[in-house]
Structure formats: C-alpha cells, structure tokens
Design a protein. Structure first.
Length: 240
C-alpha cells in the first residue's frame, strides 16, 4: 500500500536528525541533491542510549546514509546501455537515491523499506529532486512480503548479512514476476555469495557487470548483478 506523507510529517521527521546534504552526479545532465543523516555512527550511539545500552538489540542504521553501491547502481541505470524506463520496485530504499534517480529517468518507482523514517527521507528526496508522481513509497517487511509482482526489482547492498538472505529470497519470489529482472549492486562482499548462488541454483539467469565509483575519496568497484527469473518462476531451492 502506498504511503503518503504530508510536508509537516516529513519536516517533523527530518528535524529529529543532524542532517547532511550530498550532491551526486550521475551524468552531466543529471545531478541529485540527497538529504541524509550527518553521521550514522553517532546516530547508532544515540539509538543504543535510548535502548538502555542493550547493544545486541540495536541494529546499525544502514538506511540513514548514502552508500557507494547505491551510487554505482544509479550510475549504471544512467549509462548508455541501461534498460528502457519501466515500472520497478526498489527494495531497501534507505534515503532513496536509486529510486529517485530512476524516477528522474522516466521510470515509475515503488520505493520500499522496513524503517518508516527511511520512507520519509525518500519522500523528501524525491520531492526536492523533481521525481514527481513517478515516485511512491511503501512499507515492506521481507519476512511477510506483500504486493503485486513487478517486472523489475532493484536494490543496492542488500545481501550484507547472511541471516537476511532467506527473507530477501522470499521477497524476490513474492514480488518478481516470472521472466522478470532483478538488479542488485554489491561491493563484492563475500557475505553476498550464498544468496547469489541460491538464485542461480533456482534457475535464475545471472550475469555481472562492474562500475567504478569514487566515493568520499575512495575508489571502489561495484558489482551489478543482473538476474532474470525463469518464465516458470524457478525451482524452490533445497534447504538443509
């Protein structure tokens, strides 16, 4: 279900955080100015304090900053060989870079996340970058994925934690149409390999491209994984 936030709701959410604005150049004619939190590590410390020091119950707020994999995926879609604009669902949108970029390039985007503040940041960034009606946001829990299947699913740096792989795989199966395309970016994390292998084992066609990203003075190679789901939906992998 699409969530709609008022300007007051967005402003109230942004006011809770120390903010930082970053400019991201996707190509000479496409520049985005994204609002994010100023220091995700300081935000984590604050969350731990609120949770009475129970570090084990507090997850790092990955959603709250822009990551090189998101920059790489957005630039890949902005490249000359990228697919034509279509309808897509963004998984784990965070502050919204990939979805906002796609909307600016003519795609219709349903940006999803588990954290509501991420949806509010994505809403703000979509508005300030002129994404317009092509961009919408929805809450999505990978443990119980709901919604109509899409021809395209996109996401950046989602497979960093192996414990989340079964949930992410379940979401892909629920929300990607047979014959549909899944595009994931990842900075070559070994932790992502089991998920990639699982999808290949289920019959998804898989190819990898790479794109170089210089982010905060550090050059990184970002892998762009392109999966095509079999027309019959693919096999259910055996799990021991």
């Amino acid at each position: 279900m699409v969530k709609r936030y008022s300007r007051k709701q967005v402003a109230r959410t942004l006011a809770k955080y120390d903010l930082d604005e970053v400019e991201i150049v996707l190509r000479p004619d496409l520049r985005l100015r994204m609002m994010q939190t100023a220091d995700a590590y300081a935000l984590l410390d604050d969350l731990i304090d609120r949770d009475a020091g129970d570090r084990g119950s507090t997850r790092f707020p990955y959603w709250a900053e822009t990551w090189p994999s998101a920059v790489g995926l957005a630039r890949w879609f902005a490249g000359p060989d990228a697919p034509a604009a279509d309808l897509a669902c963004e998984l784990g949108c965070g502050t919204g870079l990939v979805g906002v970029a796609l909307a600016r390039m003519g795609w219709r985007i349903r940006a999803t996340d588990y954290v509501e503040d991420a949806l509010l940041f994505a809403t703000h960034n979509a508005s300030r970058n002129g994404a317009g009606a092509r961009h919408s946001v929805s809450y999505l829990d990978w443990r119980h994925p709901v919604g109509a299947p899409h021809r395209w699913l996109v996401g950046s740096d989602l497979a960093y934690e192996k414990s989340l792989h079964p949930q992410l795989e379940r979401t892909v199966r629920a929300l990607l149409q047979p014959g549909g395309r899944l595009v994931l970016s990842d900075p070559g994390r070994p932790a992502a390999r089991p998920l990639l292998d699982t999808l290949e084992g289920a019959g998804f066609r898989h190819r990898v491209e790479s794109i170089e990203v210089d982010w905060k003075g550090v050059a990184q190679s970002i892998d762009i994984h392109l999966f095509t789901r079999p027309p019959d939906g693919g096999s259910q992998p055996h799990r021991t």
